[in-house]
Design a protein around this ligand. Structure first.
Ligand code: SF4
Ligand code: SF4
Length: 451
């Protein structure tokens, strides 16, 4: 069956990219633990890409764990559910990770509730047509769990005339420090393969490939042990390289195929899903558990006791860190996500959200900005950029505030992976300059621009 694959399986690599230190040994061997339920939860309405969700509950209303609290604000949007049994105490502005305020539903947990989800027989997913399946995925509130938080059901909405031949499951986890996907593959291989089976059938894909970087050999072995002989699913070991978890890079590494700029993986017949997303699919269809918790890696030199944790969404970062013994005194910065693409948080009171893969605490030695020198035109940033951009030129244009000119140099193709900054011997904050420029472009009136 595998030989019918229309896309050749390469098991190679993509061009360019970088090799940051992995730092995964701090948590790779730590089994996932559950964080105890706390007292206060904050669910931002816009914690996914797309339109914010719309509240369907009122202040004072009692909720049970898993109850719908907000419905999709548009097709590219998704549902939110209560992470705990409790009561709505407010619907209004709450602190966001960048220090701004964003609308959220605040819930006070019932201290006497068991916080058990009512057992459910699951859903007969085989009997659903594609429209019903997509609706169910949206009802479950499932998003891409690798960090992007793009609503999963949108990926499954395949335009007429297109067909998905390959399901590619992203187990690369190329960001340093993070081991949440690694542990999920090791501890829930059955659920992962169940989710793969559901998606294979519903998307009409012929086969699935689970791409895992070679530094997670135990996960590869466990998944292989769980695979039946006739399953159209393969687990492949990929060379360790950043940013292999970016879906276009993973496709290039696995199949040797490029997704042209401006196109999506589905345009070449591939659907890419993170391992956490696939497990969430299995949880919804097998037990009707919506996305109300996720696995988070707590790590970094500033974390007293690194850990892999199941955290109810909405839990304040402060509570998660308290469970891990707090922060070491030398901590200077806490980052949500990985160190390459994550964001420093403005307050420890911000909540864990659907896209929160890690909470990393860094000290002076990791956060000190390197002394900046003039560009020596060494070209290392060009060699590092997996999207074949010219980061040095983009940085120069950004500094000169020539934002409109940056479009001609494909600034919109930049995924902000940070490989260029990592590679630059002159300490030029290239990705930070590009990010600021993109922000300026996004807020610029359409008829204006630097000329
Ligand atoms: S220019 Fe963008 S895509 Fe290229 S390496 Fe830098 S951050 Fe990554
Ligand atoms: S890596 Fe740094 S010094 Fe080298 S060309 Fe790029 S911006 Fe200039």
């Amino acid at each position: 069956m595998w030989s019918m694959n229309p896309i050749r399986l390469l098991k190679g690599s993509f061009r360019h990219g970088v090799h940051p230190e992995g730092h995964k040994e701090q948590t790779a061997d730590l089994p996932i633990q559950r964080v105890p339920f706390g007292s206060r939860y904050v669910m931002p309405l816009g914690q996914h890409i797309g339109a914010p969700a719309k509240p369907v509950v009122n202040v004072g209303q009692r909720l049970h764990r898993g109850q719908l609290i907000a419905e999709p604000g548009a097709f590219v949007s998704t549902c939110l559910h209560s992470p705990v049994t409790g009561r709505v105490v407010s619907i209004g502005p709450q602190r966001h990770i960048d220090g701004t305020f964003t609308r959220a539903i605040e819930i006070e947990a019932d201290p006497f509730a068991t916080q058990q989800l009512a057992p459910s027989p699951g859903l007969d997913w085989r009997s659903l047509d594609m429209v019903e399946f997509i609706d169910q995925v949206q009802q479950a509130g499932i998003v891409g769990m690798g960090g992007a938080a793009f609503p999963a059901h949108v990926k499954y909405s395949i335009p007429e005339g297109q067909q998905i031949a390959e399901l590619l499951v992203n187990g690369a986890e190329c960001e340093p420090y993070l081991t949440n996907d690694h542990r999920l593959m090791m501890e829930r291989p059955g659920a992962l393969l169940q989710g793969v089976g559901i998606l294979l059938e519903k998307l009409g894909a012929k086969r699935a490939t689970i791409g895992v970087e070679a530094n997670k050999q135990e996960a590869i072995d466990i998944l292989n042990d769980h695979l039946g002989p006739d399953q159209p699913i393969r687990v492949i070991s990929l060379p360790v390289k950043y940013p292999q978890g970016a879906e276009k890079m993973l496709i290039k590494a696995v199949y040797g195929k490029e997704v042209p700029a401006g196109q999506l993986p589905r345009d070449i017949g591939v659907a890419v899903n993170n391992v956490g997303t696939v497990v969430a699919i299995a949880d919804w269809f097998e037990s009707r558990m919506p996305l109300i918790e996720r696995v988070v890696t707590v790590s970094g030199p500033g974390a007293a006791y690194p850990a892999n944790l199941i955290v109810p969404l909405g839990t304040p970062v402060r509570e998660v860190l308290r469970f891990c013994g707090g922060l070491r005194p030398e901590t200077r910065e806490v980052v949500m996500g990985g160190p390459m693409m994550g964001s420093p948080i403005a307050s420890l009171d911000v909540p864990v959200m659907k896209g929160t893969s890690g909470i990393l605490a860094f000290t002076d030695s990791e956060t000190a900005r390197p002394r900046e020198y003039p560009c020596i035109r060494c070209g290392r940033c060009l060699e590092a950029c997996p999207y074949f951009l010219n980061p040095s030129r983009l940085a120069r244009l950004a500094r000169a505030r020539m934002f409109t000119e940056m479009k001609a140099y494909r600034v919109t193709d930049c995924v902000e992976c940070g490989s260029c900054t990592f590679a630059c011997p002159s300490g030029i904050p290239i990705v930070q300059l590009i990010r600021a420029a993109k922000d300026n472009l996004a807020h610029e009136p359409r008829d204006q621009g630097a000329e």
